[in-house]
Design a protein around this ligand. Sequence first.
Ligand SMILES: [Zn+2]
Length: 105
Amino acid sequence: MEDKICQSCGMPMSERDDSVGTNFDGTMSSEYCSSCYHLGEFTLDVTFEELVEEMYQLLLEDENHWEEDEAREYIVDHLSKLRRWKKSEPTVELYDNPKANENEV
Ligand SMILES: [Zn+2]
């Protein structure tokens, strides 16, 4: 199975280790990890900038070979590709209407 990354925080997630978030109906989300998304809602109410800062601190702690500028640039680049932070595409709306796909038979 291919590894997925969370479309909010960019962390790798796996169905095996419980790191996958849940949709409004309790099924596993294919997009978001358990620390970002629970029962159809984002658990972290952060702005893009706040998330960058948070990831930046983690990255500097974990990976001490990063240059500071390089680390920040990498994070911004990485996160801005994720679905939650793409300004042009709707994201959460898809989950706000649970009935949308229900009547397809
Ligand atoms: Zn996440």
